[in-house]
Design a protein around this ligand. Sequence first.
Ligand SMILES: Cc1cc2nc3c(=O)[nH]c(=O)nc-3n(C[C@H](O)[C@H](O)[C@H](O)COP(=O)(O)O)c2cc1C
Length: 196
Amino acid sequence: MKSPLSSSAIGQLFQDAHTAHAFKPRAISDQDIQQLYDTMKWGPTAFNASPARFVFVRSQEAKARLIPALSPGNVPQVQAASVTVIVAHDTTFYEHLPRLFPAYDAKPIYANNAAAAEDAAFRNGTLQGAYLILAARALGFDCGPMSGFDAQKVNAEFFPDGRVRANFLLNIGEADPAGIYPRNDRMAFHEAAQIL
Ligand SMILES: Cc1cc2nc3c(=O)[nH]c(=O)nc-3n(C[C@H](O)[C@H](O)[C@H](O)COP(=O)(O)O)c2cc1C
């Protein structure tokens, strides 16, 4: 076992980290984005399949393609964020399994079962989106995940070949304190968990 992180590091990832709904103007570099990806990518996925695909929507031109798909309340958040990530997953991720998991031939499990492939792509892609939130927080960024958008519109605009599907959006940047809402309650241990 390793030593636990410091309480301040754990706080930066969890207790002290808030969802950001507004962002200060702050540029994010290609190197920052590369580092976000290279930190996130080590999180575990089934058969190491890594089905998530990420579109880092940073330019004004690219944001203009995304904005028509957003719920109205999410538009200013995307306009202000340093970058908005489309967290998506490749439903044909299994094509890469021979390279990503050479120890076992798992490709037929999914190649012959579209429902199993979609299930695994969504489950593991969602996990990878959560890893991206924690990677961003670990690297000092604030995050604002969003599901208020029309996925069909995003898919048509960004993934026209139909293989890749949007899951959720993630604003990344430096939070404007005006867009930090009061902390809401969480489910208590006895409500959400049991020890058997
Ligand atoms: C998957 C997901 C979708 C969300 N969708 C939206 C959204 O569309 N718009 C929005 O303003 N906030 C959205 N939120 C923000 C949540 O309401 C927020 O993360 C939650 O209330 C916890 O807030 P806290 O981190 O400040 O405690 C979303 C969060 C998640 C994880």
